[in-house]
Ligand binder design. Sequence first.
Ligand SMILES: N[C@@H](CCC(=O)N[C@@H](CS)C(=O)NCC(=O)O)C(=O)O
Length: 344
Amino acid sequence: MTIDVRPSIDTLAAHARSLAIGDPERRSIVSSGNVHPKPWDGKSPTPRLELFHFTMSICSQKIRAALFQIGAPFASSELVIMPPLSENYSAEYVKLRMASAIARSRPFVKGYSGSSSVENEGFDPLAVPTLVDHKKGEVVADSRVIAAYLDILSEGALVPLQWQNRTWNEIAIVDAIPHAGLFYGANPDGDDRPEMIRVGMQDAHSKKIELVRKRLAQLPADSNLREAYGQKIIKEEAGREFIAKPANMRAIIESTYSTIVELDRRLADSAGEWLIPDRFTLADIFWGVSLFRLLYLGYNWMWKDCSRVAGYSERLFAAPALQNGVINWPGHPPGERIERFQKR
Ligand SMILES: N[C@@H](CCC(=O)N[C@@H](CS)C(=O)NCC(=O)O)C(=O)O
């Protein structure tokens, strides 16, 4: 008889929750569509779903909006992913994330193109969001996979059966938008990002690399997390180099602009309010998060001549899932372009 000495998922989550999150105020419970989560002592009762995430992470925003859309209560375990805290680099959190199926089935991240899609970049073991299903003992990582998991849990409330291909195709398009590059890097022809981001992102890659190196140095020599940390350093170094080149920034701005123009064309074929006829779906959630981020960063000129995208984005920003999971989620920084959508 062999004895399984691996810690249970509940234990991994409890360690991540108590050791990676520096401030207990960032552990809370969201239920009955309550936008202002209630404090949670991190102990009992543990809700079925627990999300490790960050306010401003675009991938986390997609999942919070999806959770609000299906009305599922969840424990919110919020990590600050920006230096100097970078709580997502804590070994306890990385151990939890490494228990996901995608961590075993995909190569680690090894380069940088501006997007954070697992398809193009590989799996980032030091990132958010990560969902824990305490009932099933499952850890689920990557926003696309988590969204699919929530769709199954909610018996198809997010992706209509007859529109599977079209919905997932839209989600893949959004996943490939170079949001990371547009957030960390400046437009060489005029940087319209809010000042907080412009200033905060200066040297962000270098600061992150330094913090990952420190954490790597603290790991035991035989730790199986060493490779994960090593790959993260390679990715961040590639990111630093990428955004420093104006030609790269121009290329990702141009490709994002083309994606918006193509979205406008597809919206012409959709008679209803949303992208998929008759229904608000996961495709709308992903697009809503993406367009809201572009607006916040000052890239809304991209739909100046795209009237359908302009109307669609107004409808999306008023949708309850986006309002609750993104726009009014506590801690989203204000911005002059987004203030009319925020309830203050
Ligand atoms: N493909 C992943 C990407 C995850 C990802 O890159 N997350 C970013 C925030 S949106 C992150 O955690 N960055 C922290 C860091 O790089 O230090 C997903 O969709 O979940």
